[in-house]
Design a protein around this ligand. Structure first.
Ligand SMILES: C[S@@+](CC[C@H](N)C(=O)[O-])C[C@H]1O[C@@H](n2cnc3c(N)ncnc32)[C@H](O)[C@@H]1O
Length: 323
């Protein structure tokens, strides 16, 4: 790849001489309808760096924990893969992706553009029984854009103050959402969406050499409580996920919390790891761990801390306890 193209694709990384800096997410095209807790917009430049040089271009990208889907959508819009398989277990989120794939983007767009959003109208809408997939989809978008942090899991409350004191309306941008829906309609034919268990779908594609995998499982940071607050489905057999990763014929890239148990699993399964900085919703910088078979293309990024693992391993017996 020539240097100019490389700089355009990876501006943050190509200029970096020392420690990598967190990505400014405002520089990344936002394709998704969702504001997604744990969303991977900040990871887009690294994802591009991984997938863009692959030759031939991968036929299929499998995203087993799709959520807001920014990685799959980026891959499609930037022509980095032919097709994507997106998997999400949460039925409400799934209704949005299914509606788009089933040709309801225009209906959704009109529904958003004509909805007069007030606290009362949102409460009225959310209390209504939704019989059709597209109505569930609209409700999900409404919830995602009016609930604090975009969190759909039970117990979430409405945005109180929001941007410029606009309160409940502060994340409701009908025109922007309609434009995104119109763009999504253009790539809908390339999306194979499954409301299913991501682990099962990974197994289905495990022997396919033309499939690559981007894996962003539900979070473990802060223990089970943190995962529970963000997602309805947060329990995962992490050991099984790593075992499936070992069986994949195609390349995979996995992101996780920088948690000791995760690093133990990666090491036990013979994978490589690098730490990558990101800015969280409280504007503080933290690190996530990137896991893969061969991460030599990430050589500018620090290795995950070996010494810490060794001292913890001495204290521990048996298998790591994340479930
Ligand atoms: C860390 S989030 C993914 C965020 C996504 N990468 C993004 O950028 O928006 C993990 C997602 O996995 C979903 N999930 C949890 N368990 C699942 C399973 N067994 N199969 C499929 N999806 C699952 C959760 O509902 C959540 O949306």
């Amino acid at each position: 790849m020539n240097t100019h193209r490389q700089k355009m694709l990876f501006p943050e990384l190509s200029e970096t001489a020392g420690t990598p800096k967190p990505v400014n997410v405002a520089s990344i095209p936002q394709r998704s309808l969702f504001r997604y807790p744990g969303g991977k917009t900040w990871f887009v430049p690294t994802f591009r760096k991984w997938i863009a040089p692959m030759c031939p271009k991968p036929t299929i990208l499998v995203e087993p924990f799709a959520g807001g889907g920014i990685i799959s959508l980026t891959a499609l819009f930037e022509n980095l893969v032919e097709n994507v398989v997106m998997v999400e277990m949460d039925e409400e989120i799934a209704a949005v992706w299914e509606s788009i794939v089933n040709g309801e983007a225009e209906w959704l767009s009109n529904r958003i553009l004509t909805f007069d959003l007030t606290r009362q109208s949102v409460i009225h809408e959310l209390n209504k029984t939704s019989d059709t997939q597209r109505e569930v989809a609209f409700k999900t978008i409404l919830k995602n854009r009016t609930l604090h942090g975009g969190i759909l899991a039970e117990g979430s409350g409405f945005i109180k103050h929001g941007e410029n004191g606009k309160g409940i309306r502060s994340r409701w941008y009908p025109g922007t959402l309609a434009k995104r829906l119109s763009n999504l309609n253009q790539v809908a034919g390339k999306i194979d969406f499954r409301c299913s268990d991501g682990l099962r779908v990974m197994e289905e594609f495990a022997a396919n050499k033309d499939a690559v995998f981007f894996i962003d499982p539900p979070y473990t940071a802060g223990g089970k409580k943190a995962g529970k607050r963000l997602y309805k489905y947060n329990r995962l057999d992490h050991e099984r996920l790593f075992t499936i990763c070992e069986s994949l014929k195609g390349e995979f890239l996995m992101t996780y919390d920088n948690a000791e148990e995760v690093k133990e699993l990666a090491r036990a399964h013979g994978f490589q790891m690098r730490l990558i900085p990101m800015t969280n919703t409280h504007h503080s910088t933290m690190e996530e761990v990137v896991i893969g078979k061969n991460l030599s293309w990430m050589d500018g990024f620090p290795m995950a801390d070996e010494s810490e693992t060794r001292s913890v391993r001495r204290k521990k017996k048996g298998t790591p306890s994340i479930a």
